[in-house]
Write a protein that binds this ligand. Structure first.
Ligand code: FE2
Ligand code: FE2
Length: 483
């Protein structure tokens, strides 16, 4: 019996799935590995491949102590295959197979559906690494640089997680899909990544923080619902990925929080009461709060689009099949089959936003999105507490769900962040008040100067409260000078 808690290093690919006893899959992964390393070197973090970075690596899936911190060159990071421990006697927690034993092999009738979901999830992982590859050059501190790279190597590991499932359970077409994950490229005209938000640029560090707050949180919700899957290997993979995902959202929430804090402190110090005195605030070398709000608006709306159409037959089928459940499915008190249940869905009809009761089964995406919005709202509340503490009079808000949408019922609508429906012309006239303008982007870019001295921070962002792995303030998270 292999040890399913601790990570085995007896093959080139660290794992807790007994890979050394599974020659076929081991061979397939070893064949895939060089292409992955090529991808990492060509499209991963630019300019820091030879530097020592203080990173955590999973050495166990035991929640009490899975991480070990050490200096490593990123291309030598031990990407591995880690599944949460199998739960004895686990049953399918929803859908028409509710209560049946969880599947350890792919059920033939759901093979195509499962493969599609795994490929879509897998496609997002390398995409975000590609989107963030230029950020190292403008990091506001070594602490932030390390955090960026930690997120990047873990997204790389998430790709490995999905590729393992494809190789292990989907034969020749799985192999083809695994290759495809290295062929598509974020923002490419010929072979873009599958989802819109993953083809957008991440031009500056505020975008990175907003992305890890909003888009990685969509990732969390998707993983949460796949962690409910009746296909047990997918469930176990996603459960472990969620433990890594928590750090990504920490990076996002604290990154935005520290940006807000620095702005407020600078305003107070300069005696500026009105957050809308944008030029005066910008002259202090910090990002004015209304511009931070615009970035929030943009990233929130991009991430809402990731949940797909509000009413979806695909989502209904995946739920019915026991493949993709709801957020915290096992904690919900209902029949877990949604036979007669309804769910309120927002719809854009005749130029108006209406709430309509729909069969809950077809409103699975909408429900997950609502859970997501609640989860994100908690972080916004904590940002507002930072502002309030400084005495500055300003509140960040999540825009209305109909604002700036490209997918679903609101795609053709022109709605303000407050939820007011406008004509296309009126909306376009107001656009730059609600979303970052080219000038806003240029201003933020002008602040993006690297700070590479240990313990120092760029002027637009406050230092963190505590170091990573409890390291002191001047810890050298990335060794830039002796590569
Ligand atoms: Fe991920
Ligand atoms: Fe992530």
């Amino acid at each position: 019996m292999f040890d399913a808690t601790n990570v085995s290093y007896d093959t080139q690919i660290p794992n807790n799935v007994g890979l050394s006893g599974d020659r076929r899959v081991l061979k397939a992964l070893e064949r895939w590995h060089p292409g992955y390393i090529d991808w990492w070197k060509n499209l991963g973090p630019e300019g820091f491949q030879e530097h020592m970075v203080y990173l955590r690596t999973a050495v166990s899936v035991d929640p009490k102590g899975w991480a070990r911190f050490d200096y490593v060159k990123m291309p030598e990071y031990r990407w591995g295959i880690l599944l949460a421990p199998q739960v004895e006697g686990r049953t399918i927690p929803f859908g028409q197979h509710y209560g049946e034993p969880a599947w350890q092999e792919v059920p033939g009738e759901y093979r195509a559906m499962l493969r599609r979901l795994i490929v879509i999830q897998g496609d997002t992982e390398p995409a975000s690494v590609e989107q963030q590859r230029h950020l190292g050059a403008t990091a506001p501190s070594l602490y932030d640089l390390r955090n960026l790279f930690q997120v990047n190597v873990e997204e790389g590991r998430h790709l490995w997680a999905m590729v393992y499932l494809l190789h292990k359970y989907f034969g020749a077409d799985g192999r083809e899909e695994a290759d495809g994950l290295l062929q598509r490229q974020s923002g490419s005209a010929e072979a873009p990544r599958m989802l819109g938000a993953f083809n957008e640029a991440t031009p500056d560090w505020l975008s990175f923080f907003m992305f890890t707050f909003f888009t990685d949180r969509d990732g969390k919700m998707q993983l949460e619902s796949l962690a409910q899957s009746g296909f047990d290997p997918l469930s176990r993979t996603c459960r472990f990925m969620l433990t890594e995902e928590a750090h990504h959202m920490f990076v996002g929430e604290t990154g935005v929080g520290r940006t807000i804090q620095r702005t407020c402190e600078a305003m107070v110090q300069a005696g500026i009461d009105d957050p809308y005195e944008i030029e005066k605030v910008r002259a202090l070398g910090v990002i004015d709060l209304p511009t931070i709000q615009k970035k929030l608006n943009l990233h929130f709306t991009l991430s809402l689009d990731l949940f797909g159409a509000e009413v979806s037959t695909n989502a209904a089928n995946a739920f019915n099949a026991g493949i993709k459940g709801r957020y915290q499915e096992t904690k919900i008190d209902d029949d877990h089959k949604l036979t007669d249940a309804t769910y309120p869905v927002a719809e854009f009809r005749d130029g108006r936003i209406e709430i309509v009761d729909m069969p809950a089964l077809s409103a699975i995406n909408m429900r997950l999105r609502d859970d997501y919005v609640r989860d994100a709202a908690g972080g916004v509340k904590r940002w507002n507490a930072i502002i309030a503490k400084t005495g500055v009079n300003f509140e960040m808000t999540l825009p209305h769900e109909a604002f700036n949408r490209k997918i679903g019922t609101f795609a053709p609508a022109h709605v303000t962040p407050a939820g007011e429906v406008l004509s296309a012309d009126a909306w376009n006239a107001g656009r730059d008040e609600w979303l970052p303008s080219a000038a806003d982007g240029e201003f933020i870019a002008s602040l993006m100067k690297p700070e590479t001295e240990p313990g120092k921070y760029a002027g637009w962002i406050a230092p963190p409260k505590i170091g990573i792995d409890n390291k002191p303030g001047d810890f050298e998270y990335v060794k830039l000078h002796d590569a």
